[in-house]
Design a protein around this ligand. Structure first.
Ligand code: C2E
Ligand code: CA
Ligand code: CA
Ligand code: CA
Length: 276
């Protein structure tokens, strides 16, 4: 039954119970998802102003045996809270590296990996990442790390130390979903970044009203003033693309060009090495 506190706010509801149990199921089953081979990586192309493939973002997919496809928007936050994100990311890095090795005969664009903020607290992160890469004769410049943040980044000085190590080693670093959630201007001030990704929510507002346009312009200008490349994500319409391009946005990602693709399908888009 529904109980109400003295100030009349709902302290319990069936909806809350449903959410809690979904989270518990996700948390329990995610633990075995790697071993049971339920995870897969999709690749979404990132293109230049002419629509030429310039990179790709690796995105996790989870096929649950009973519930079917579960969105990363649902399971990543649970993984971050429970600490399982470390295992997931380790698996992700291995699998992306294997993909690059298998496709070494092709022209490979830079691959962007989503890394949750808390993982940069881990002192072994850089070393482990480098050993996976070097063990397969791959180079750090083949990767970009996207700082994604669903939890508050507590110690920016720790992250800064880690980012300096990563840049030194040759990785590019992007700030993801810029302008949303916890991602803040102080990161631009303190962190050694290479790119800034405009969140899809801002791209969606292009053409909707003057404010929407003004915010997008301001983000692009600020990025360029700080010598950062700017990527727009969630680009779905030619009008959004035209607007972003006219305002100097450097790179584009979205359904207008391609949805995230299974690895084999993405690999078919890649020209052979040596081909133009
Ligand atoms: P994100 O990093 O902002 O990734 C972009 C999301 O937008 C992806 O959702 C992608 O499929 C979707 N998208 C791309 N183009 C369009 C478009 O034109 N229109 C619309 N409506 N959506 C588009 P996805 O794959 O469901 O991932 C959701 C979020 O989960 C990601 O958002 C990212 O924060 C997180 N995530 C996914 N994979 C990983 C991972 O391996 N590690 C971590 N830490 N987070 C991940
Ligand atoms: Ca991302
Ligand atoms: Ca993003
Ligand atoms: Ca986003």
């Amino acid at each position: 039954a529904k109980e109400r506190g003295r100030d009349n706010c709902v302290i319990y509801s069936p909806e809350m119970e449903r959410q809690v149990s979904t989270q518990l199921i996700i948390q329990n089953d995610l633990r075995d998802a790697i071993d049971k081979r339920q995870l897969e990586i999709y690749y979404q192309p990132i293109v230049d102003e002419y629509g030429v493939l310039a990179g790709a973002e690796a995105l996790l997919r989870w096929r649950h045996p009973m519930f079917g496809f579960i969105s990363p928007a649902e399971f990543i936050p649970v993984a971050e809270r429970s600490g399982l994100i470390d295992n997931l990311t380790r698996w992700l890095i291995k699998d992306v590296c294997e993909f690059l090795v298998i496709n070494a005969d092709k022209q490979l664009p830079k691959i962007s990996l989503n890394i949750s903020a808390r993982q940069f607290n881990d002192v072994d992160f850089v070393e482990r990442l480098l050993s996976e890469i070097k063990g397969r004769q791959l180079v750090a410049s083949a990767f970009e790390l996207e700082l994604t943040e669903h939890l508050f980044l507590t110690d920016i000085s720790l992250v800064k130390t880690r980012f300096n190590e990563l840049r030194q080693a040759g990785f590019s670093i992007a700030i993801d979903d810029f302008g949303t959630g916890y991602s803040s201007l102080s990161y631009l001030q303190h962190l050694p970044l290479s790119r800034l990704k405009i969140d899809a929510s801002f791209v969606r507002n292009i053409g909707e009203n003057d404010r929407g346009n003004a915010i997008v312009n301001a983000i692009i200008e600020m990025g360029h003033a700080l010598k950062l490349d700017v990527v727009a994500e969630g680009v779905e319409t030619p009008a959004q693309h035209a607007y972003l391009k006219a305002h100097g946005c450097d790179w584009f990602q979205g359904y207008l060009w391609s949805k995230p693709l299974p690895a084999a399908e993405f690999a078919r888009l890649l020209p052979r090495a040596g081909e133009v």
